[in-house]
Design a protein around this ligand. Sequence first.
Ligand code: CO8
Length: 258
Amino acid sequence: MTEYETILVERHDRTALITLNRPKALNALDLTVMAEVVDAATTLDRDPDVGALVITGSAKAFAAGADIKEMRPNGYMDVYLSDWFSAWDRLGDVRKPTIAAVSGYALGGGCELAMMCDILLAADTAVFGQPEIKLGVIPGIGGSQRLTRAIGKAKAMDLCLTGRTMDADEAERAGLVSRIVPAADLLTEALSTAATIAGMSTPIAMMAKESVNRAFETTLAEGVRFERRLFHATFATADQKEGMAAFTEKRTPSFTHR
Ligand code: CO8
């Protein structure tokens, strides 16, 4: 496996764990972190033996945002011509299910990275926010869009305009977070959730993910039609045959991910 400078990558059976590892900068997302996370995630996404990915940080910080010190000297032409941060979009193109396991700060780009994942598990210590306005910028990795879709205009405006943070309880009440777990159990819970998903048929999990994500891009009627077509397509898989046979025969299914 590739050696990275700012992240750690581990495999656990059919799951993979990407750990952001810039502790001195609270996992601030510089261009190296972006390139490495995107490279690791897209490589794991292509690996037929991987069924789900977990992205996590440290106990103190999932990620305290884009790297302010790296951004600071840039001018408009630098960020425009290099299309600064656009490579993060490739994380959104990952087809296998992704889980963000968030402990501590998930601010700015850190909150945006967590929201790019399919399931967001929060430790009870998690702190979310889009404080870019305090730096004289606005979210640049989808925060104003994904946060608004996740928690609605009222709270998204509140967070983006005041820069205030919200704790795990508020984030769960608002619908940003799938589940809150005690900080000490976060990684175990995230890996166990990933293992549960990876134990399902991977192509079917990919279809489920694609179908849920379609809800953000289309009308209800088109979304339901899209879902129905994918539902029909599941009947072309060996895993649909196995799943229904196993139910009928009262045994655990053994999916072949085909
Ligand atoms: N960038 C760079 N370095 C950082 C960052 C960051 N985002 N966050 C923390 N650090 C560094 C600190 O500078 C410090 O380094 P040093 O020891 O060398 O001074 C070290 O990490 C530890 O941080 P603190 O001493 O500040 O730790 P505290 O526990 O006192 O505070 C906080 C923790 C509250 C998280 C605080 O560090 C903080 O407020 N960080 C910044 C949070 C923030 O504003 N994030 C948003 C950044 S902007 C963004 O993410 C999206 C921009 C999109 C732009 C799009 C352009 C195209």
